[in-house]
Design a protein. Structure first.
Length: 270
C-alpha cells in the first residue's frame, strides 16, 4: 500500500523505538518524513546516530527525509521545528506526537523537577506540537491529522509512575478535546495507546529473559508487542480509511486492558 504518496509527516522522538518504526512505516507507504530527535548532552551522539540511520532507510525508499533537533517541551524549539519543516517542504499533513519519557519513583519520594519534566515532555510537548500543527492546518485549509501516543496507563493505574500516568491520562483528554474543537475544519485527532512494547524504554526487562517472561505472563496474547505493530496503527489512523474516526483511543496492547486477572472466574463460584 502507498497510502501516503506525496504526504509530509513529522514524528517527534522519531529516532528510536515506536517513533523510528512509525517513521519507516510512513516512508514504506510513500511519505516524506521529518524526524524530530532530542537528547541530553550525554546521549546526543547516540540519538543523532540513530536518527541518521533512520533517515538513510527512508532515503533508500525514495522518500524525502529531514532531521530536526529540538526539545518538544520548549515552545521556542517547537516553533523552530515547525519553521524548519515548513520552510523545507511548505506543507505538513500528519503530526505524530510520539516523544515521551518516564521516571520510576514512589509518589511520596518523587522529586518535583522529575515530575515537571515528565509532564513537560509528555503533555505540554504534545500540546505545543499539536498547536503548531493545527495553526498550519487552519492557515492552509484542507484539514490534517494529529496522532498522539498515550499508553494503557491512560486508564490503568501504575504505582511508582504517578507523573507518567497523569501525563498520559491528560493527553487522552486533550486529544478528545482537540478532536471536538477542530472536527469541523477537517482536522482529525486520535490517540494510540500501546501496551508493553519491545523498545529502548523497556530495556530493563526486555534483554533479561527471566524478567521478560515475567512481563509477558501478564499479557493475554502472551508476548510483548513490536514497535512495527504500533506503527501500523498510526498508519491506519492517519490514512483516509480512518476518515470517519476522530477523538478515539486505539489500544495496541495484546489485551492488557481486558483485566487479565479475570482470565479465570475467581470472583464467582464455578
Ligand atoms: P523510546 O525511549 O525509544 O522513545 C521515546 C523517544 O522520545 C526517544 O527517541 C527520546 O529521545 C524522545 N524524547 C524524549 N524526550 C524528548 C523531548 N523532550 N523532545 C523530543 N523528543 C524526546 O521509547 P518508546 O517506547 O518508543 O516510546 C515512544 C512513545 O510510546 C512514548 O510516548 C511512550 O510513553 C509511549 N509508550 C511506550 C510503551 C512501551 O512499552 N514501549 C508503552 C506505552 C506507551
Amino acid at each position: 500500500m502507498r497510502r501516503f504518496e506525496g504526504k509530509n509527516v513529522l514524528v517527534t522522538g522519531g529516532s528510536t523505538g515506536i517513533g523510528r518504526a512509525t517513521a519507516i512505516r510512513f516512508a514504506d507507504e510513500g511519505a516524506n518524513v521529518a524526524i524530530n530527535y532530542y537528547a541530553s548532552e550525554t546521549e546526543a551522539e547516540i540519538t543523532l546516530e540513530e536518527a541518521r540511520k533512520t533517515c538513510s532507510i527512508i532515503r533508500g525508499k525514495g522518500c524525502g527525509e529531514m532531521l530536526v533537533q529540538g526539545d518538544v517541551a520548549h515552545e521556542e524549539d517547537v516553533k523552530r521545528i515547525f519553521r524548519e519543516v515548513l520552510g523545507a517542504w511548505g506543507r505538513l499533513d500528519i503530526l505524530v506526537n510520539n516523544a515521551g519519557v518516564q521516571i520510576a519513583s514512589p509518589a511520596h519520594e518523587t522529586d518535583m523537577d522529575a515530575y515537571d519534566r515528565v509532564l513537560a515532555v509528555n503533555l505540554r510537548g504534545a500540546f505545543l506540537c499539536a498547536r503548531e500543527a493545527v495553526r498550519h492546518f487552519l492557515d492552509r485549509g484542507g484539514g490534517g491529522v494529529v496522532l498522539n501516543t498515550t499508553s494503557v496507563h491512560e486508564t490503568i493505574p501504575k504505582p511508582y509512575y504517578a507523573p507518567y500516568v497523569a501525563s498520559k491520562a491528560g493527553l487522552a483528554a486533550l486529544s478528545r478535546t482537540l478532536a471536538l474543537e477542530y472536527a469541523g475544519q477537517g482536522i482529525r485527532v486520535n490517540t494510540v495507546a500501546p501496551g508493553a512494547i519491545a523498545t529502548p524504554m523497556n530495556r530493563e526487562w526486555m534483554d533479561d529473559p527471566a524478567r521478560r517472561a515475567e512481563v509477558e505472563k501478564h499479557i493475554p496474547v502472551g508476548r510483548a508487542g513490536l514497535p512495527e505493530e504500533v506503527a501500523a496503527v498510526f498508519a491506519f489512523l492517519a490514512s483516509d480509511e480512518a476518515a470517519y474516526i476522530t477523538g478515539q483511543t486505539l489500544y495496541v496492547d495484546g489485551g492488557l486492558t481486558l483485566y487479565p486477572d479475570f482470565r479465570v472466574p475467581w470472583s464467582s463460584g464455578s
